[in-house]
Write a protein that binds this ligand. Structure first.
Ligand SMILES: [Mg+2]
Length: 322
């Protein structure tokens, strides 16, 4: 099968900086790609956008090595050792052309309780109070994804106490340390939260390389791996706790699609701040996740994204406006 390969660059700024314990995200850049072939009625769209800006120049160099007309098998051979994001975008576009990904017309994730609500230690209490007032007459369970290690630990432990005392009946809690805690600190939080019914999991509590510590901690409390999975993708096969999966950052998101089609448990979907093209795939996978044996709302960060053509649900609109 011969493929026509086209790419367009994009750049956008977040309406408000996104903060975690390690980084501040102010903007995002990458490429939208479009593949088509005479053998297929569908075009295939993909997004290539590394979460970390320092990977952009490598992706650019590799994308420039792909000719506009290329045989399908040559293309997959060529990208075999390329950056995971380049592989992800191309494989998802091929998956669309080949009918492996069957997108639906519409996905329902726009309501506030259908995705995790992203907060940091500066905003969490205020946000919870706001939700309590706003949804007083129509109670819902909200999933809060709290970026910790953004303030001093003793202050954050106080915040946790306040959350558990005052807001516990309408929330699910995901606590994301982005690898910033040491074992001692993680153990303290594990003790406070042991047997807590509000907790979904603690996300990447320990450093990316402390796999042994993460295994030990997972015996006491649900631990979700995030950054460790990006650095050591083979952990996808051996880590039996929760896994935060980022289709746009994985070298073969079609494997993730297959895992979800097989109703594999303990996988949760997360945004890496994609445009509408990456978001469409994320929606599709999140929809499948909810049909599985351990349904959990995805972390889509929809409220953090700008409101421009780049975030439309139809990839053709995005492509034609770029
Ligand atoms: Mg995380």
């Amino acid at each position: 099968m011969n493929i026509k390969f086209k790419k367009k660059f994009f750049f956008f700024e977040f309406p408000k900086s996104i903060l975690n314990s390690k980084r501040k995200f102010n903007y995002k850049k990458g490429w939208i790609i479009k593949l088509n072939s005479n053998n297929s009625i569908n075009d295939g769209f993909g997004e290539i956008a590394p979460l970390f800006d320092e990977h952009i120049s490598l992706c650019e160099k590799q994308l420039n090595m792909i000719p506009e007309n290329i045989n399908r098998d040559k293309l997959t051979e060529k990208i075999y050792n390329f950056h995971p994001c380049v592989q992800s975008g191309i494989k998802s576009a091929l998956g669309e052309i080949e009918g492996i990904i069957k997108y639906k017309e519409k996905y329902k994730f726009n309501e506030i309780h259908q995705s995790a609500i992203l907060v940091d230690s500066f905003s969490v209490i205020e946000k919870l109070k706001e939700l309590k007032i706003q949804y007083k007459s129509k109670p819902r369970v909200f999933t809060i994804k709290w970026k910790v290690a953004t303030k001093e630990n003793k202050i954050e432990e106080k915040i946790l106490e306040e959350i558990l005392n005052q807001h516990e009946n309408y929330i699910k809690l995901r606590i994301d340390a982005n690898g910033s805690w040491n074992r001692q600190c993680a153990n303290r939080w594990a003790e406070i939260l042991s047997n807590n019914k509000n907790l979904d999991w603690i996300e990447q509590p320990l450093g990316i390389d402390d796999i042994e510590g993460l295994y030990e901690l997972n015996k006491k409390i649900p631990v979700a791996l995030d950054e460790s999975l990006l650095k050591y993708p083979q952990l996808i096969n051996s880590w039996h706790g929760w896994q935060i999966r980022r289709p746009s950052q994985e070298k073969n998101p079609l494997k993730l699609l297959e895992e979800l089609n097989n109703k594999n448990s303990l996988k949760s979907l997360s945004s890496s701040f994609e445009t509408g093209v990456g978001k469409r795939f994320l929606f599709h996978l999140s929809y499948l996740q909810l049909l599985g044996s351990t349904p959990k709302v995805p972390g889509l960060a929809l409220k953090q994204m700008p409101n421009t053509f780049l975030f439309k649900n139809d990839p053709k609109i995005i492509w034609n406006n770029l």
